[in-house]
Write a protein of this length. Structure first.
Lengths: 342, 253
């Protein structure tokens, strides 16, 4: 099957530019001496991968999982626990993390997918919280306080994950591969079935699909991809803690997906960028904007409540731009095209 | 005479105190268009649902082509060659028209655990889908989003999806529901054409259509079969006229 290039729409051009910009970011960071940008964007790239994986089941499969961050924890703790036991080889850590994520997804998915609607939301949330409390209770691996990882995953002599730039590129290449993989997947037979079940599950069964198997497979794929971002997150922070898989983190991932555009391949990447950049910028904006009105100290305190701005912003997206950033870009693209014609 | 393609024996289904299907037996031979009629609430849709496998009967047997399918799941029956269209339009509204039909084809074209090749460029899926759309006259709308089509076109798309999988038997649940007179006439013509190649069980309220199309008719009242026969016999059957057609002359005469 030859690779067909996506059509040249405004949306696709923007996505391509964003992906290229991500590749150039370390260059900027080096030239401007902005170390923080590299740290922030490493985090963005990693969480973009989580959002991407959630979108496979949420956006394409219509499975409203509210416990997706649990795979960040599973991937992260697999690395952390093995490191604690003195096993630093990435060739062991990574496959173990991937297998653990797949197994957790398989078991919890097999049970959760027997339910629908609100029950599915609640049961995925319950499984994730269960994992959260279990990990919080294991004293050997730090319990509530988390676990410091003293060495990052070891691969070859040449690949040094402790180098910020090298680590960033490892994360970015994994993100690129995941985007391409999901792009192929959603347009494949499997992807068509998945979107069919989102659209009308009863009809899918009537025309002869055993939809359960396909949904479960998607659930496992999404779990594994998010487990990989858990591996990366643990390596970036040199630390894992139960809060990685707390339910609010699952909520953040949902927000990234909705903000970027559900059911589009690249939407969650833009959603993750928007969400995490806003998370950094909003407090600063509130602080600076508030100073003339309420004084410096009150403004500094107000900046802690940046979610007050984020909330309404999200509300606007849900109310007026259903397709998120992705939908907005398509809308603008169509407007330009129409103007070009008339 | 050869064994019927679809045989239903003493089928029963209750919902609480209501008997929705009461000891129903039917035999539909290969090639027949068999119509199922009856007043509202007679249990026609419930019967179709049991035949397609979306609900299971409490008692009785369903045999399809000599094979018992009473407890078989809906997807399995579909693979045996039973295709159902829905009374209430049930489509993939946010997908394109051709994607709807191609999905139906895909359900019967091997497994779908293929994660890499582009399904929309698979000739084995797109070609039969295009043919089925052409057959119901929707070829021009193939690339539209399904939600944009009219109700009448949705009914035709339902039919195309049932046809696309080349089933051995069609279960059509009120294909004329909600259609205007012109669209109804078009659908009758379509079914007349289709019935030459298929065995069909047709549930329909439109009596004109039923008597124009059916080889045999079964009348269902309160879940029970009160008559089965040729259209002319059914038309003349006093019990049917009384119970269903509500013919005052017969009732009082």
């Amino acid at each position: 099957m030859p690779f067909r290039l996506p059509p040249l729409t405004l949306r696709n051009v923007v996505v391509a530019l964003v992906l290229i910009a991500l590749a150039l970011l370390p260059v900027y960071s080096q030239l401007a001496g902005d170390r923080f940008a590299l740290t922030l964007f490493t985090r963005i790239v990693i969480l973009a991968l989580s959002a991407l994986s959630l979108n496979l089941i949420l956006g394409f499969g219509g499975m409203m999982s509210f416990g997706h961050a649990v795979y960040l924890g599973i991937g992260g703790y697999a690395v952390g626990m093995l490191a604690k036991e003195g096993i630093y080889s990435g060739f062991i850590q990574w496959p173990v993390a991937i297998l653990a994520s797949a197994l957790f997804a398989l078991v919890t998915g097999a049970l959760s997918l027997r339910t629908r609607g609100v029950y599915f939301i609640m049961i995925t949330l319950a499984f994730a919280q269960m994992a959260y409390y279990i990990v919080s209770g294991i004293a050997r691996y730090g319990g509530d306080d988390g676990l410091t990882i003293y060495k990052r995953s070891q691969f070859f002599e040449a690949l040094n994950l402790s180098s910020k730039t090298q680590f960033y590129y490892v994360c970015l290449v994994i993100l690129y591969l995941a985007i391409y993989f999901l792009y192929r997947l959603v347009n494949s037979r499997f992807g068509m079935v998945l979107q069919g079940t989102r659209s009308n599950d009863a009809r899918m069964r009537a025309i002869g699909f055993s939809t359960y198997r396909y949904k479960l497979t998607a659930f496992v794929i999404a779990g594994v991809l998010c487990g990989i971002s858990g591996i990366l997150l643990a390596n970036q922070g040199d630390f894992v803690s139960p809060s990685m898989m707390y339910w609010t983190r699952s909520g953040d991932l949902i927000i990234m997906v909705v903000l970027g555009g559900m059911g589009t391949v690249a939407g969650p990447v833009m959603g993750a960028i928007a969400f995490l950049v806003l998370e950094e910028i909003l407090p600063i904006l509130i602080k600076l904007g508030g100073v003339p009105f309420v004084g410096a100290s009150a403004a500094a305190r107000a900046s802690e409540y940046w979610m007050i701005v984020m909330g309404p912003l999200l509300l606007l997206v849900v109310l007026f731009a259903r397709g998120g950033i992705d939908g907005l870009l398509n809308l603008i693209g169509d407007k330009f095209k129409q103007r070009g014609r008339s | 005479m050869s064994a019927p393609l679809l045989q239903v024996e003493n089928l029963a289904k209750r919902f609480g105190g209501i008997v929705a299907t009461d000891n129903v037996s039917l035999a539909i031979p290969q090639g027949e268009l068999h119509a199922l009629i009856g007043p509202n609430g007679a249990g026609k849709t419930t019967l179709i649902a049991q035949l397609s496998g979306s609900i299971f009967a409490d008692a009785g047997r369903i045999t399809f082509d000599g094979q018992e399918i009473t407890r078989l799941s809906m997807p399995k029956r579909s693979h045996f060659g039973l295709a159902r269209s829905f009374q209430i339009t049930s489509l993939f509204l946010d997908m394109s028209v051709i994607d709807n039909v191609a999905l139906a084809v895909q359900a019967h074209a091997g497994h779908s655990f293929s994660f890499w090749s582009d399904a929309r460029s698979e000739v084995a899926l797109r070609q039969p889908a295009r043919e089925a759309l052409a057959r119901v006259g929707l070829a021009a709308s193939a690339d539209k989003i399904t939600a944009e089509l009219s109700h009448g076109e949705h009914r035709l798309l339902e039919l195309a999806m049932a046809l696309a999988v080349k089933p051995r038997m069609l279960l059509l649940d009120e294909p004329m529901a909600g259609l205007g007179p012109e669209e109804s006439a078009r659908m009758v013509e379509m079914l007349r054409d289709i019935k030459r190649g298929y065995t069909i069980l047709l549930v329909e309220h439109d009596m004109e259509a039923v008597f124009a199309l059916a080889d045999r008719i079964t009348v269902l009242v309160y879940g029970r079969v009160i008559a089965t026969g040729m259209p002319n016999d059914i038309r003349a059957n006093a019990q049917v006229r009384e119970a269903y057609l509500g013919d005052a002359e017969v009732a009082h005469g």
